[in-house]
Design a protein around this ligand. Structure first.
Ligand code: UD1
Ligand code: UDP
Length: 366
């Protein structure tokens, strides 16, 4: 059996690593299961792509569609054309897509429209309810045509049932991003900037921002960062800047003595900094999950989340996008009132092997 594994953007690389490792293990066991890794090229900078393959020992992709950046439609179209060509040359038996980026949606459509190739959506069923986010459209479209769903939560299972998906197609398996987190934890690595910025454990905040609603407008971005800086009581703020945010940030002209703007970090360095931080402030999805598992207070600058368990079970809290909500949250953090949180069900580091076991069963592989 040939499985295509699709990855295009930073969070995808972290999610596919454990799935590939679990497939390779079963191939070694003599099971007829093989994969082809397809990188769409949605993210292409070394710091957004290549570094993750190196650090996480992910094999080099068999194909890179090299689609690069563009509008939503341009990227979607280029990915579909590139992947369709590959499938016409050599079809696969199952296409695995992960997460909610444009590559996820585009490849699921291309696969489904060629001879009805089976599609499995890892992290299927999650919903923010916010249709202004491109990711929400990607989730809805992908889930509406996927055959199998490997889910991270009971809420996701419920969302799928509500859209008419029957239980035999839903597999509640946990979170492959957390498989990577547990596996790599012993390798987390203190970056050189620790000494440069005189950081101390629990004595700094790590922040990331890349959602269009927060970063595509200069005034919004300036107000958010100003509010963070003025609420932080001079505590160092380490800010690895996503390429989407970089240019706009320059235009804001913001500087502060405790604001350390740096390039995106490698996975091992970034998560070392999360693990030792006083708190995380972010608009990422994946980072709220990692902060939850590492029990680090997490403030999310969004009005909604597709990962409610990071709030109901974990350490995450939605502050919204109004800068006025930042100061009171920092007050609660500094006065020791942040919730402790727990780890969501099945986020135990063994999700990928559960996924592959289900595939072996579904396709009666020997
Ligand atoms: C994408 C995903 C988002 C995910 C994020 C993870 C979609 C719709 N969005 O957002 O869900 O949270 O990735 O990081 O799929 N750029 C570079 N170098 C790169 C990649 C991007 O400079 O390697 C710049 C380009 O100017 C590009 C912009 O970043 O136009 C946005 O990239 P894009 O892939 O369109 O979306 P992200 O904002 O990265
Ligand atoms: N990450 C990283 N270096 C950074 C910022 C993030 O390695 O400088 C990792 C982070 O640990 C998580 C993933 O990137 O595993 C999250 O990706 P991102 O926030 O870009 O996307 P999202 O999860 O919001 O889709």
């Amino acid at each position: 059996m040939l499985i295509d594994i699709i990855a295009g953007a930073r969070p995808n690389f972290i999610k596919i690593g454990p799935i590939i490792a679990a497939i390779e293990e079963q191939t070694k066991n003599g099971i007829d299961i093989h994969y082809r890794l397809v990188h769409t090229g949605q993210h292409y900078d070394k710091k957004m792509s290549g570094d993750f393959f190196e650090q996480l020992n992910i094999p080099a992709p068999h194909h890179n569609l090299e689609v690069g950046s563009g509008t939503q439609a341009e990227q979607t179209a280029r990915i579909m054309v590139g992947y369709e060509k590959l499938l016409l040359e050599k079809p696969c038996d199952l296409c695995i897509v992960v997460g909610d980026v444009t590559s996820t949606m585009a490849c699921s459509i291309a696969a489904k429209k060629i001879n009805n190739i089976k599609v499995a959506h890892v992290e299927g069923g999650i919903r923010s309810g916010d249709w202004t986010m491109p990711e929400e459209i990607n989730r809805i479209v992908t889930d509406s045509i996927s055959d199998y769903f490997f889910t991270t939560s009971e809420v996701a299972n419920r969302n799928l049932r509500n859209m008419g998906v029957t239980d035999e197609r839903i597999f509640f398996v946990g979170n492959t991003m957390i498989d990577t987190l547990y596996k790599q934890m012993p390798r987390f690595s203190r970056p050189a900037l620790w000494d440069t910025f005189h950081l101390e454990a629990q004595g700094y905040i790590i922040m990331t921002l890349h959602r269009p609603a927060n970063v595509d407008n200069k005034d919004n971005l300036r107000e958010l960062i100003n509010a963070i800086v003025t609420s932080s009581r001079g505590m160092p703020l380490v800010f690895p800047v996503h390429p989407r945010t970089a240019k706009m940030l320059e235009n804001t002209g913001i500087t502060a003595s405790n604001l350390h703007v740096i390039e995106p970090l490698g996975y091992l360095e970034f998560n070392y900094l999360v693990q030792n931080a006083r708190a995380v402030i972010t608009d990422s999805g994946g980072i709220t999950e990692e902060a939850t598992v590492m029990s680090i207070p997490c403030m999310t600058l969004r009005d909604s989340t597709e990962r409610p368990e990071t709030c109901t079970v974990g350490t995450n809290e939605l502050l919204g996008t109004n800068p006025a909500s930042i100061a009171p949250a920092f007050e609660r953090l500094f006065s020791g009132q942040w919730k402790k949180g727990a780890i969501p069900e099945l986020w135990d580091g063994h999700t990928a092997s559960r996924i592959v076991a289900q595939i072996i069963n579904l396709f009666s592989l020997k």
